[in-house]
Design a binder for this molecule. Sequence first.
Ligand code: ACM
Ligand code: ZN
Length: 645
Amino acid sequence: MEQSMNHNRVRMCVARLSLLLLSAVLLAGCGHKATVTELNIVPEPVFMVKKDGSYTLGANPSVCMVGLGQNSPTAKYVMKSLRSAHLHPSLVAADDDCDIKLVLNDTVNTEIGDEGYLLEVRPTGISLSANTEVGLFYAYQTLIQMLPADVLKVRYSSVSLPECTILDYPRFEWRGTHLDVCRHFFGAKSVKKYLDVMALYKMNKFHWHLTDDHGWRLPSERWPRLNTVGSWRVDRDDQPWGEADPPREGERTTYGGFYTREEIADIVQYAAERGIEVIPEIELPGHSSAILAAYPQLACDPDYPYTVAIGPYWPPKAILCAGNDSVLTFLDEVLDEVCDLFPSRYIHIGGDEAWKGNWEQCPRCQRRIRTEHLSGEEQLQSWVVSHVQRHLAERGKTIIGWDEIMGLEDGGWDISRPVKANNPLLDKDAVVMSWRGLQPGLDAARAGHRVIMCPTDYCYLDYYQADPRYQPPAIGGMITLQKAYAFDPVPMGTNSHVAANVVGGQANLWTEFINTPHHAEYMLLPRLLAISESLWSQRERKDWGRFRRKVEEQKDRLQAKGYNYCEGSFTPRFTARRVDDNTMNIAISTEVPNTYIFYTTDSTTPTRQSAIYLGPINLERGTHIKILPVYKDIERDSVYEFVIK
Ligand code: ACM
Ligand code: ZN
């Protein structure tokens, strides 16, 4: 079957906009009053019950705080956020009646733990309580999601909320979102916007991939060429990533940048105010073109003309020389700077895809293997990792590494080879991030490591999210929203001792094919919501049909906040069965239950007056079928065109 596409995004936007305008006009007619009846909270809370009553929040709500200082980050966040929703909150004393009451428990509620909360909407007012500030922050995120989606745009005089009780806490402590700022650089402002959407969906770890072949993004005073050289590459953004021409001799390096110390401090604080810990990743010993372009003396072959990489760079051959003591000094000093910049208990030290060809040829690396009585190059990587781990442990830090850090003789840079999960050189304190499937993580958990699951099959948000013929170029793969929703860091049947070591999971966003924040959002959303529900919500609270309905309401919310997102769930999927030489029987569906599919077979553009698909249809080969998906009365994204073959 062949297809071509008529991008009809503009039409969809017009449809959405007119719906929003229509509701705004209706609201204006009745004084911008809103009545909320449905709760579409993402991630799904542990316990939520709606009752018969309601509470009407006026435009000038009183807010009181019990146990929470009014200058605390959460208190300030709540007041600012209410103002951005066009409300005029006023702080009142805790013993007064108040519309919104924030309570930091003085007696710990053991049911909700460190991040959970209790939210109650009663006919007398709204109450949010938690054991910690972050718990209160999450309670407030839930409250925001109860308000109308367009509350940032429309000035409501009152919002009626249903009486309800929500008791909530996360399934996993590690709910990560990663961002690669090396393949493409994203400025501090867009990083903050990224953190905002993480916070909205209760994600709590920002894994900031700051160094790689394509650029070094950390400020360094001790090793300044990391910034003057390593942060910049030849600009090939006018060419598709996969086809970028190699740099020419003497060509200027104009693409890139790095964050200043002030920007990093600001981002770390901004994240902390949203319950997010920032974990920097410093890749070693591989993926180090940017380092070696700046300091070639740290390579096994210092005369090789290393450049900051552009475009596809595979296999990633640049590797630090493990036989050179200056490399250890370099790592120690750079990591000391990292420790100064990031308060996180964790430092991610990379460790993936370290190609060892240079080590095999390098006399210094071979000498190190002999003098340290190592079994070969793979164990030499473990030796480097151990050095770094000890150095960081002295500074109170715990390392995280990609699952290759478990590898001994096997594994290594070849991702198709298995990993042996018992590395005597690796301290059990090291946390393993399992990306080559769930198995390396389960093996590491069995060996006593704490594990974060981010298998490519479910968590790589640089993969396509719908039929590639209708999507902007991506790195490959296919993770639809439904597939991302199926992510479970602890598969059913996992031994409980192993399961206890799986601390959570993470969505990863590599940016080879993503060169603007706008496009990063498109790849992230709405799949982040699926990962969020997979990590926060209890397994038995997950329900694809309900989630999919909630996503629509959340998209309105995202749109109001200025986020870009993908409508890929509505891409038609076909199954074709041969009836006879000329005829095929075609079944059409989308990932979303209750999508109406309108179609034409006479080359005209389908509308809602066209034929509606009710079940498999027989079509002659050569027929052009054009499809318009409609969901909840909104035309979705595109008209899709296929030729029956
Ligand atoms: C990875 O995706 N190379 C961790
Ligand atoms: Zn070497």
